[in-house]
Design a protein around this ligand. Structure first.
Ligand code: CP
Ligand code: NVA
Length: 304
């Protein structure tokens, strides 16, 4: 049985199969305002321990467009690991639905769900990674550039879950990654190793200008992720030199540089309004493409 817990578990062929499916389903939806009901009768259970706009709505709408249904299970409803153990939730939910998407704190919990559910499990974000985001992001860049091979993505900010998934996907996409974080906020070494072992040129630096020099894309995310609220004051003190603003875009030296952000954004912190809303921004295409990339993922997981 297939799961989607982390991008590095995909082969290159599988990664491109999902993106190609996404492209076909997006084109079909654009042309007909509907998709073939490939998932008619299928039900996706969506477990959330954290808030969401994009992940919740894009999965739910993806299932509806494909003829299936999704169930939203809020943090208070299931109380994963508190009201009931994670394996027991997995065993029960797996008897009701065809697949489970889960947004959790501990990455170990999506692993446990996958181990016990008996149906495909999708990681809808954990403290460690956000693979659905990386799928949509590489899809967005592929759409924009036509090819990804040899392009350079610069990450500026916190070495967090979204960066880990981009690193995991970099060997499959053929993209090189330059990372600027404050000292002490570097990405997980294992995620960097996955990229390097896959032949990716990874630069780690504390200098945002060095990271963006010559880059094709600049990516940033919030300075304090969900679950790090207690560190917010300290992070607000450390991260301001890592703001993605017009001056940093100019430091890339690339007039065609594009800017990505997984959203939600804290405007005026990690990204300025003029950049988020400016001509280099791909933020809204990225958010839209969560829908299309996840349609590709769901069809690949459930019916191919
Ligand atoms: N990018 C993303 O996952 O957004 P949500 O937290 O709103 O789902
Ligand atoms: N790094 C952010 C991503 C939100 C989609 C977080 O985990 O809160």
């Amino acid at each position: 049985m297939r799961h989607f817990l982390d991008v590095y578990e995909l082969s290159r062929e599988e990664f491109w199969d999902i993106l190609s499916l996404a492209r076909r389903l997006k084109a079909q939806y654009r042309e007909w305002q509907q998709n073939t009901a490939l998932l008619r009768g299928y039900v996706l259970g969506m477990l959330f321990q954290k808030p969401s706009l994009r992940t919740r709505v894009s999965f739910e709408v993806a299932m509806l467009h494909l003829g299936g249904q999704a169930l939203y299970l809020s943090p208070n409803e299931v109380q994963l690991g508190q009201r009931e153990s994670v394996p027991d939730v997995a065993r029960v939910l797996g008897r009701y639905v065809h697949a489970i998407m889960a947004r959790v704190f501990s990455h170990e919990h999506v692993r446990q769900l996958a181990h016990h559910a008996g149906v495909p499990v999708i990681n809808g974000l954990s403290d460690y990674s956000h693979p659905c985001q990386a799928l949509a992001d590489y899809f967005t860049l592929w759409e924009r550039w036509g090819t990804l091979e040899g392009r350079t993505l610069a990450w500026v900010g916190d070495g967090n879950n979204v960066l880990h998934s981009l690193l995991h996907g970099a060997p499959l996409a053929g993209v090189n990654v330059r990372v600027a974080t404050p000292p002490g906020y570097e990405p997980d070494e294992g995620a960097v190793d996955v990229a390097r072992r896959g032949g990716v040129d990874v630069l780690l630096t504390n200098d945002p200008r060095e990271a963006v020099r010559g880059a094709d894309a600049i990516y940033t995310d919030v300075w304090a992720s969900m679950g790090q609220e207690a560190e917010r004051a300290e992070r607000l003190r450390v991260f301001p030199p890592y703001q993605v603003n017009q001056a940093l875009l100019e430091a890339s030296g690339n007039p065609d540089v594009v800017v990505l952000h997984c959203l939600p954004a804290h405007r005026g912190e990690e990204i300025t309004d003029d950049v988020a809303d400016g001509p280099h921004s791909l933020l809204w295409d990225q958010a839209e493409n969560r829908l299309h990339a996840q349609k590709g993922l769901l069809v690949w997981l459930l019916v191919t």
